[in-house]
Design a protein around this ligand. Structure first.
Ligand SMILES: C[C@@]1(CC(=O)O)C2=NC(=C\c3[nH]c(c(CCC(=O)O)c3CC(=O)O)Cc3[nH]c(c(CC(=O)O)c3CCC(=O)O)/C=C3\N/C(=C\2)[C@@H](CCC(=O)O)[C@]3(C)CC(=O)O)/[C@H]1CCC(=O)O
Ligand SMILES: NC(=O)c1ccc[n+]([C@@H]2O[C@H](COP(=O)([O-])OP(=O)(O)OC[C@H]3O[C@@H](n4cnc5c(N)ncnc54)[C@H](O)[C@@H]3O)[C@@H](O)[C@H]2O)c1
Length: 229
C-alpha cells in the first residue's frame, strides 16, 4: 500500500496537539505556517513552546487530555511519550473521522508527516512511507542546497505572469506554450544574478503584448524571501 499525498488547507482549522516536547514543537511550527488554529494539551511544555503560548499564537488548554477536546477538531497530533494516551487518542480520533498523527507510530496514524523544503509558495515534500525518516531528512537537506531562495521569487513571478496571461491570452493551448517557455527560460538565472533589466527583456521576448510590465513586477526581486522554515 502507498500513502496518498495531499496539500491540506488548514487556514483557521481547529487542530489539537497533545504533548509539549521537541517533536510537538516541530509539528506546531508547521501547523502555524498553515494558518491553523492550534490548541495544546501537555503535562510539561518546553520553553520555546511556552513563548509561542505567551505570544498567543496557540492556546494552552491544560495538562490533562479530555475526550471533549476533540469536539470540532479537524486534525490531531499526539506527540507524547505516553503509550496509553497515544492509543486512546488514535482510537477516539479515528472513531470521529478526525485526521490523526501519532508521532513515530504509523500504525496509529491515518496520515503521516513528510519532510519538507519550503521556498515561498514552493513546497517540496519527501516521504518514505515511514521506511526511513532519516533518509527523508537527508534528502531534504540535499534539496535545500539545490533549491535556493531564488525559487521563491521565480515562482512569485511565474504566478503573476500566469494571472496576466489568463486575462490576455484566452486560448489555453497558446497560454500553456508560453508558460512552458517561461519555466524553461533564463529567468531563474537572471533572478539569481539580480539582473532586473535582463528579467524584463526575457519576459518581453516571451510574453505577447506585455505593456504594464513595471506594474506587474511591482515586488522586489532583490529582496530575500522570508518564508523559509
Ligand atoms: C519527516 C519527519 C517529519 C516530522 O516529524 O516533522 C518524520 N520524522 C522525522 C524525523 C525522524 N524521526 C525518527 C528519526 C530517527 C531516525 C530514524 O528512525 O530514521 C528521525 C530523524 C532525526 O530525528 O534525525 C524516528 C522515527 N520516526 C518514525 C518512527 C516509527 C517507526 O519507524 O515505526 C521512528 C522510530 C522511533 C524508534 O526508533 O523508536 C515514524 C515517522 N516519522 C515520520 C516523519 C513519518 C514518516 C515520514 C516518512 O514517510 O519518511 C512517521 C511514519 C510518522 C510521523 O511521525 O508522522 C521528521 C524529519 C524532519 C526533518 O528534519 O526534515
Ligand atoms: N525527539 C525526537 O527526535 C524523537 C525521535 C524519535 C522518537 N521520538 C518519540 O516521539 C515522542 C515525542 O518526542 P519528544 O522528544 O517531543 O518527547 P518529550 O519527552 O520531550 O515530550 C513528551 C511530551 O509529552 C507530554 N506528556 C507525556 N505524557 C502526557 C500525558 N499523559 N498527558 C499530557 N502530556 C503528556 C510531556 O509532558 C512532554 O511535554 C516520544 O514518544 C519519543 O520517544 C522522538
Amino acid at each position: 500500500m502507498r500513502y496518498y499525498p495531499v496539500c491540506l488547507d488548514l487556514k483557521r482549522k481547529n487542530c489539537l496537539v497533545v504533548g509539549g516536547g521537541k517533536v510537538a514543537l516541530r509539528k506546531i511550527k508547521r501547523l502555524l505556517d498553515g494558518g491553523a488554529n492550534i490548541k495544546l494539551v501537555a503535562k510539561e511544555v518546553i520553553p520555546e513552546l511556552k513563548s509561542i503560548i505567551s505570544d498567543k499564537k496557540i492556546t494552552y488548554l491544560g495538562a490533562e487530555y479530555k475526550t471533549d477536546y476533540l469536539k470540532d477538531v479537524f486534525l490531531v497530533i499526539g506527540a507524547t511519550n505516553d503509550e496509553i494516551l497515544n492509543a486512546r487518542l488514535s482510537k477516539e480520533a479515528n472513531a470521529a473521522n478526525i485526521l490523526c498523527n501519532i508521532v513515530d507510530q504509523p500504525e496509529k496514524c491515518n496520515f503521516i508527516v513528510p519532510s519538507v523544503v519550503t521556498r515561498g509558495d514552493l513546497t517540496i515534500a519527501i516521504s518514505t512511507a515511514g521506511k526511513s525518516p532519516a533518509m527523508a531528512k537527508k534528502l531534504r537537506e540535499e534539496l535545500e542546497k539545490q533549491f535556493g531562495e531564488d525559487y521563491a521569487l521565480f515562482l512569485k513571478l511565474l504566478g503573476k505572469l500566469r494571472s496576466y496571461l489568463k486575462k490576455v491570452v484566452p486560448h489555453q493551448k497558446e497560454r500553456e506554450a508560453i508558460l512552458n517557455k517561461l519555466v524553461n527560460s533564463n529567468l531563474l538565472v537572471y533572478i539569481k544574478e539580480k539582473n532586473m533589466e535582463a528579467v524584463k527583456k526575457e519576459i518581453k521576448k516571451l510574453v505577447p503584448k506585455i505593456s504594464d510590465l513595471d506594474k506587474l513586477l511591482n515586488f522586489k526581486l532583490k529582496e530575500k524571501s522570508q518564508n523559509n522554515v
